[in-house]
Design a protein around this ligand. Structure first.
Ligand SMILES: [Ca+2]
Length: 419
């Protein structure tokens, strides 16, 4: 993942859509200059001693999981507590980014230009992958572009050290210990060596930033040399693995992720829900058409997504949207991948204008909004500052009750109405 994009991972987006907590593949925020703030204080000798003891105990657990002593000794040779990794873990949730800023970066002129060059350079590989897995090569290329700037920023942090530090730290110890065991299983399988097993601070590895458990479940040997090497400069195995991942999660060949649409005046915004899926012809019947004014072709059932509420772009999204979501659940990420893939194909920029300049609600304002919605009887859910479906529905019900457009969008305007 590149610097700017990286900011959007694992954070709350402006519209409160949280990055996946399931974290299927690429979810971390590596390489960001603004996240390079390391803990300046040195790691105490106590920490180092405790960490060593933790590793000894962990090795016994790993051995019970079938990891050999040889692999354990090689993997942990030279491993130290990595304070930078913990600093990054603590920093990540403070960043929020609006969807339009995210998309500006995701499909920046540089990323589009570099992507087209990468597709030309790897044409045979990408065509082969598309033929073998039935997955759109431009979507594979777009994931590559967002996860590592087409291989340029794959991360150089030693994975065993990073995962051991995070597992020892314990904030999400169980998750990271499982990743650490998976990383050791990868080493034991001979796909790579401890030295080559590098990646991002939270364990995402290679061109398309697979975490170890995703690697074990989905990585493939694209070039047939007997190893699944997603770390190599050669992107063959990484891109084949990404295609395999999308294929395994049900990619529908020939179906777009989504298309930008125009909504008719008087559109019922409450119909823009993920669970309200209709055929494009049904949407056309109520005036929802492509930005060219024509009905969207019948690619399958679709819902309408308004990532910035009533004021920004509207997308008709298909089942393939949910397939990309398996990579990273944040709407902004999925739209970013989808839109970048369209641009790599030669498609146009997004036509609608975004409500740029909109001041997002802070975490505390979101909680305040939820408290007021709760007090007013619109929300029957916990006050946690996370804008999920229940909060969006509550906002809509409140908006309807005062006669404003029920787009469910948590804005300063909404706060004004609530006060
Ligand atoms: Ca290989």
């Amino acid at each position: 993942m590149t610097c700017k994009i990286a900011l959007a991972f694992g954070v709350l987006f402006g519209f409160g859509v949280q990055a996946s907590s399931a974290q299927p593949v690429g979810y971390t925020a590596p390489h960001s200059p603004s996240m390079e703030t390391s803990l300046l204080q040195p790691v105490s000798t106590t920490t180092n001693a405790e960490f060593s003891r933790w590793i000894d105990a962990f090795k016994a657990r790993a051995a019970r999981e079938g990891i050999s002593q040889t692999v354990l000794n090689r993997a942990f040779s030279g491993v130290k507590y990595n304070a930078d990794v913990i600093a990054k873990d603590r920093n990540q949730s403070e960043f929020t980014k609006q969807i339009w800023d995210y998309l500006d970066s995701a499909a920046s002129p540089t990323r589009v230009k570099n992507g087209k060059a990468a597709i030309r350079k790897h044409a045979a590989l990408l065509n082969g992958i598309e033929a073998r897995f039935g997955v759109d090569k431009y979507v594979v290329a777009a994931i590559w572009g967002l996860e590592s700037a087409y291989g340029a920023t794959r991360g150089d942090i030693p994975i065993i050290e990073a995962l051991a530090t995070l597992a020892y730290d314990g904030r999400r110890g169980r998750f990271f210990e499982a990743q650490l065991i998976a990383a050791l299983q990868i080493l034991q399988s001979g796909d790579t060596t401890p030295r080559n097993m590098t990646g991002s601070w939270a364990g995402a590895m290679g061109h398309t930033q697979f975490i170890p458990t995703s690697f074990l479940a989905f990585a493939v040997d694209g070039d047939g040399d007997g190893k699944r090497d997603i770390w190599s400069n050669d992107p063959t195995d990484a891109l084949a693995s990404t295609a395999a991942y999308l294929a395994r999660h049900g990619w529908n060949k020939g179906q777009p992720w989504g298309v930008e649409v125009r909504l008719p005046s008087g559109f019922d915004y409450s119909s823009a829900r993920r669970d309200n899926m209709r055929n494009p012809s049904d949407w056309a019947a109520i005036g929802v058409v492509g930005v060219d004014g024509k009905p969207v072709p019948n690619y399958g059932r679709a819902s309408i997504l308004l990532p910035a509420g009533a004021q920004g772009a509207a997308f008709m999204i298909f089942d393939n949207f949910a397939v990309i979501e398996r990579y990273n659940k944040a709407d902004a990420y999925v739209i970013g991948v989808g839109h970048l893939s369209d641009r790599l194909k030669g498609g146009d920029p997004i036509q609608a204008s975004w409500p740029r300049g909109y001041a997002p609600l802070s975490f505390n304002e979101k909680k305040k909004m939820q408290r007021i919605l709760k007090r007013k009887g619109f929300l029957d859910d916990k006050v946690d500052g996370i804008i999920g479906p229940n909060t969006i529905n509550a906002i809509r019900d409140f908006q309807r009750s005062i006669g404003v457009t029920p787009d469910g969008y948590p804005s300063q305007t909404l706060m004004g109405h609530l006060r």
